[in-house]
Design a protein around this ligand. Sequence first.
Ligand code: BES
Ligand code: MN
Ligand code: ZN
Length: 487
Amino acid sequence: MLARGMRVQATSEAPNATDADTLVVGVFEDEDVAHPALAALLASGEAKRARGSLALAHEGDRRWLLAGLGKREDFTPESARVSAAKACKRAGELGATHLCWALPDGQSAAVAGALVEGTILATYRFDGYKQRNDGDAPPAPPAALTVSAPGDVEEALERGRIASEAANAARLLQDTPANDMTPTDLAARAQQVAAEHETLSVAVEGREEIVARGMGAFAAVAQGSYQDPRLITLRYEPAAGRAGGPMLGFVGKAVTFDSGGLSIKPADSMAEMKYDMSGGASVIEAIAAIASIELPLRVIGVVGATENLPSGRSMRPGDIVRTLKGLTVEINNTDAEGRLVLADCIAYAIAEGAERVVDLATLTGACVVALGHTHAGLMCNDDEWAAKISAAGEATGELVWRLPLHAEYAKLVNGTLGDLNNAPAGRLAGAITGGEFLHRFAGDTPWAHLDIAGTAWNLGREYAEAGGSGFGVRLLIELAAASAQDS
Ligand code: BES
Ligand code: MN
Ligand code: ZN
């Protein structure tokens, strides 16, 4: 199902000294290439320097791909991911098994890592449910990637490999339909990653424990479903003496299917709501990757996994529930369930010692309307923490755009009969009121909310076109790496 385990290696030798069958060389605008066959392709006009163009040459029993990279000054790690994804797909169609990219001269280790990411992300397929005849099976992606670079890029390649494989693992959880990705299935994945690393531990709790803890908002969402909910707590504790930096809290919404509950959604796009567990999937896989990389700081992951279904025991509009933090919430709309789950999970992560929190959630349709599939919405109560998250997203190509918090928005989530209401009438500033609701549960702890409703699937990026995108996995890893140096 997953093209796992692409072999990745660095070499300081020239591409044609490797045993790769397909060699990829990039060319910038106004520049030339040394290789005569590729220079001839450029001269004839068959190959172009424009970003995204790809031309093919053969020499002996090897293939060369010439990748146009556009203007040198516009080239970023994100351009490298996109170019690498294009080249990987073409190479797969051509039957390549071993690719070698020549790192364009003057480019950083970050670009080398990004070439690995773009390649591995492009190999992801979700095809485990469909029978195929050999004839119509899509071409297998290359199994090995070598990056030829003069400098020391090994660590960047290894991080790129781990991070993009973690993103692909999250995509598999996302794409798996809700009948096979229940809260219990998601918890089983958390238990599996915890078993793979000495430094990870996991606790999985069900309906009774969630109720007993006083997580009345989470429990209310879960009460409509026969599926037992799961509160998944994944802790990463680096090897003795290596914990620096603040303890991070990653909180994920994992509604494995969101029908809307009694405030039921229209039928048209309800099937997409299998993706409503994307935040939780990203948290689990990011923490697994952080353990693989052995980053020197502590992380607690809290994933609230449940279905949101209508039934004879569902929460009702008008119900008032009591949260772990003690605040009560009036349920105006049972489809605003994500904030109910997260309210308790955020309060719990902070009670467990998280000093800086980020939550990931497919929270609002309003965020998709505002930002489309390009940026996730960022809402944050701390400018430094917000800047750190923006920088992490900039580095990984998982873009975020900050939306304001403000006392006037906060007022909109005040309740009439309870402390808060989960769905303000009029839908004003729908993404922000979602953030303001969660803000009450984070209090003054530095906290950021990423509304990934528009970016979690169908990203339309060359390396993640349709289906789950794994959005947030690489950002969280980058954020943890950057935070390890902080006090
Ligand atoms: N999971 C949805 C949000 C969503 C919608 C994500 C479309 C991706 C695509 C969430 O639980 C929801 O239903 N939110 C409501 C909130 C409203 C009732 C305040 C929404 O956005 O309509
Ligand atoms: Mn909903
Ligand atoms: Zn939802």
